[in-house]
Design a protein around this ligand. Structure first.
Ligand code: FES
Ligand code: FES
Length: 216
């Protein structure tokens, strides 16, 4: 048995998130993305020798808009959104899959974008917090967060809302305890958990979450 198989758990590496990315999966994806390189350029970082950097093309739908990127295959979806696509609504908290601040919806499924390689999103439908509202009309989950005062500093809120939308689409939450458990991958350092659950329950009871899968 290889050394990493004894030292790196294949699942449940992250005790905080219910998402399915494991460290091994992340590293495997990094290798696969690297094999898809189509262009070679050069990058020089201060203090390092110059080294070749491959880029790859990727096309996906972002908030219903077609997007094409030529990116380093090592770039995460989180960094691509924030740095390449000027979508700063998705927040970087831990950058290692432990806080949920970076949660977005990929094909309707909530994922930690800091553990998702942008290069592997070919053909995906990605929804960020910027894509939930319908013009000037807030998404029901956004409105419910306001109604229930489900935030203080707001840093975790985009991830909380995207995760809540995904949660209701999954259909596994039947009680407040279920919601607490299934939202446990999204940390709120301000401790607004009870208000967040109240907001999610309101949307669930009103049945408004059927709208949430509109673009994914
Ligand atoms: S920034 Fe991705 S989980 Fe914390
Ligand atoms: S509202 Fe401040 S971290 Fe959640």
């Amino acid at each position: 048995m290889a050394a990493d198989e004894t030292t790196i758990p294949d699942q449940h590496w992250n005790p905080f998130t219910q998402l399915t990315h494991s460290r091994r999966e992340f590293l495997r994806n990094l290798s696969i993305a690297g094999m898809g390189s189509v262009t070679v350029g050069w990058a020089v970082r201060p203090g390092y020798s110059s080294s070749p950097v491959s880029t790859m093309g990727v096309d996906f739908l972002l908030n219903k808009e077609k997007v094409h990127l030529d990116i380093d295959p090592r770039v995460t979806l989180l960094d691509a959104l924030r740095e390449n696509l000027s979508m700063p609504g998705t927040k970087k908290g831990c950058d290692r899959g432990q806080c949920g601040a970076c949660t977005v919806l990929v094909n309707g499924r909530r994922v930690n974008s800091c553990l998702t390689l942008a290069g592997l999103c070919q053909g995906a439908e990605i929804t960020t917090i910027e894509g939930l509202a319908d013009g000037d009309t807030l998404h029901p989950m956004q409105q419910a967060f306001i109604t229930h005062d489900a935030y203080q500093c707001g840093y975790c809120t985009p991830g909380q809302i995207c995760s809540a939308v995904g949660l209701l689409h999954e259909g596994h939450a039947h009680t407040d305890a279920d919601i607490h458990e299934l939202m446990s991958g999204n940390v709120c350092r301000c401790g607004t958990y009870n208000n967040i659950v109240a907001a999610i329950r309101e949307v669930q009871i009103n049945g408004s979450h059927s709208k949430t899968h509109h673009s994914v």
